[in-house]
Design a protein around this ligand. Sequence first.
Ligand SMILES: *[C@@H]1O[C@H](CO)[C@@H](O)[C@H](O)[C@H]1NC(C)=O
Ligand SMILES: *[C@@H]1O[C@H](CO)[C@@H](O)[C@H](O)[C@H]1NC(C)=O
Ligand SMILES: *[C@@H]1O[C@H](CO)[C@@H](O)[C@H](O)[C@H]1NC(C)=O
Length: 256
Amino acid sequence: MKLLLLLLLTFLQSHETGAYLGYGYMGRSLSDEIIGGKESKPHSRPYMAFLDIKRRKRNSSCGGFLIRRDFVMTAAHCAGYSITVILGAHNIKYSERTWQILKVKHQFPHPEYNVENVLNDIMLLQLENKANLTKAVNILPLGSRYNSVSPGQECLAVGWGRTGLIPPGSDTLQEVELTLRNSSDCKGFKDFDERSQLCVGNPNSRKSVFKGDSGGPLVCSGVAQGIVSYGKSKPPSVFTRIVHYSSWIYQILKAN
Ligand SMILES: *[C@@H]1O[C@H](CO)[C@@H](O)[C@H](O)[C@H]1NC(C)=O
Ligand SMILES: *[C@@H]1O[C@H](CO)[C@@H](O)[C@H](O)[C@H]1NC(C)=O
Ligand SMILES: *[C@@H]1O[C@H](CO)[C@@H](O)[C@H](O)[C@H]1NC(C)=O
């Protein structure tokens, strides 16, 4: 399965790193293959949300995941002036009866999200209406202090890895198992912060290469532990560590 992946270099160009956004093309493109990845069984990841993002300069797309009937979690760098969420999708090109299309009423990017160093890359999206829970649409529980993660653990990353240049094979949901790494493996990223980020993907294994859309989840033992944030063309990649933001998340969910 060959996917041409666009590595978007937005604010990170000088660091040789890029956010894994979809659609819009803003920098150089990288050809790559998801070697260890595979197409997800349709609707087997019912928490996945496809985000259609309108921006002034370039429209784009991201992944996200449903955490309450009216809330989706994603990365802060996926913000735009307007976002539409598609739930219950497998092939994003073909509208299916399982789809639920919902407008985002309010975007809550983390107040300390930093465009320069990409710290606190987490955002909550409040939907205008509640999603209906079905076989194809469901909630992903968030990790808490009680389900800690540690290096060596195998987790699942899921995303559309949408490309826009090569049509076949790139419109369906993809998934790959990735290993959590020791923080020292991410020392190549000068702004990596182990308190608030996870280092994901074995640098020695081409198998673990993964480029999905930004904002997608890292699922470990059935709960969301990370959010795809940024990386280089090879593993490891940097994911936002969700547990670090538990109290911020709780406050927003409680107040809305
Ligand atoms: C983004 O999409 C909207 C609606 O689909 C379109 O009107 C607009 O021109 C697009 N913007 C850019 C920058 O492509
Ligand atoms: C949920 O189901 C109700 C009742 O069938 C329907 O009116 C509503 O549009 C559905 N919501 C979504 C987001 O599809
Ligand atoms: C993880 O990295 C730290 C340094 O960041 C090192 O001290 C420690 O031994 C490493 N642990 C493992 C299991 O490799």
